[in-house]
Design a protein around this ligand. Structure first.
Ligand code: TYD
Length: 268
């Protein structure tokens, strides 16, 4: 389905229309070219899905499973991650996660996460959503609120303002939270590092942020719980202790009804 919408003298072509909801006109930026206002209604193309959770929650596995299922069903979909996802973002990721960078100031950390995000949104996410595609992203701006806000104790309003600049106000349509006990998750991540060290001699990623203390990770988890309470319609919190298949199925049950306006590339 192709729908053409007139917006402020321009014409925006959307391959599909997925969401329309009432919003505050003044808070919307039109620079992305994928949202259009008609009488206070936002028409949004594509579907933006993010995964969040503590370390070792298995969210990267689930993000990939969802991506593969959507792709197999013929939907236009990309899988990306934060920090990273672009050439510039992957460089920034190395700086952020490097265990040697113990001197990194909290503001530097926030700005680097935000710089990587800004690049990802403008280079990949917005253009892909504008074509009516689905973006699956492993972590996004909620991680900054949880990790740098609740974890490091930085001002949440300040972080929201920085995030607004970095993303131009782009928010996910659906966010999955894979809930796992913080200690169990960290243990899982450590164990997978040891397994891969033993098997191949390669060190799995145990990064500068994983290495923060347990109390930090617990504050992060409480932060996520708070964020979920604030926007229950966007978040879907799932129990990450279930099997990979069970979780993948629950995620599919949430996503599949939202695919209505998205046109598969391949007819099956
Ligand atoms: P990664 O190895 O990708 O961990 P995970 O698999 O848990 O996502 O490392 C990313 C780390 O960066 C992770 O500890 C969460 C942290 N992070 C922040 O602190 N702030 C952010 O804004 C983002 C996106 C990630």
């Amino acid at each position: 389905m192709t729908i053409t919408l007139p917006i402020e003298g321009q014409v925006l072509t959307c391959p599909s229309i997925l969401v329309d909801r009432q919003i505050d006109k003044d808070r919307l930026s039109l620079d992305a070219g994928y949202t259009a206002i008609t009488d206070g209604t936002v028409m949004q193309c594509g579907l933006f899905i993010t995964f969040e959770g503590p370390e070792g929650s298995g969210k990267s596995t689930q993000a990939r499973r969802l991506y593969e299922r959507l792709q197999a069903a013929g939907y236009p979909v990309i899988l990306t991650r934060e920090p990273g996802g672009t050439r510039i973002g992957e460089w920034i990721r190395r700086i952020l996660l490097d265990l040697r960078h113990t001197e990194m100031a909290p503001t530097t950390e926030i700005l680097l996460f935000s710089a990587a995000r800004s690049q990802l949104v403008s280079e990949l996410i917005r253009p892909y959503l504008a074509t009516g595609g689905i973006v699956v992203c492993d972590r996004y701006a909620d991680s900054t609120l949880a990790y740098q806000g609740y974890g490091l104790g930085r001002d949440l309003n300040e972080l929201r303002a920085i995030t607004e600049v970095a993303t131009g106000g782009l928010k996910p349509d659906i966010t999955f939270y894979l809930n796992i006990d913080v200690e169990v998750g960290l243990q899982r991540k450590r164990a997978s590092r040891e397994r891969s060290e033993g098997a191949s001699g390669q060190v799995a990623e145990w990064n500068r942020l994983d290495a923060r203390d347990l109390a930090y990770h617990q504050r992060v988890a409480r932060g996520f719980a708070e964020l979920i309470k604030q926007e229950p319609e966007r978040w879907h919190a799932l129990d990450a202790a279930q099997s990979v298949d069970e979780l993948a199925e629950q995620i599919w049950q949430v996503v599949s009804p939202r695919l209505v306006g998205i046109t598969p590339i391949v007819a099956r």
